[in-house]
Design a protein around this ligand. Sequence first.
Ligand SMILES: [Zn+2]
Length: 75
Amino acid sequence: MPVYDYRCCECEEVFEVRRSMSESDKAAVCPTCHGEKTVRIYSAPNVVGGTQQHQHSSGGGCAGCAGASCSTCRN
Ligand SMILES: [Zn+2]
């Protein structure tokens, strides 16, 4: 069963959840704050040249959506 990465929009915890592919798009529950405002992180296996976009936490949004326009996490 594949493992997916999720990021919590409440406490910014990044965690992994092992679940079936049919459940991969469902929100996971944060293991730290038990919040359900989480987004899946689509990690690119071929990241080259330091262009990871997972760590942009200064925008106030969710890193799973490039930090600015997250319809799921935006308050
Ligand atoms: Zn959390």
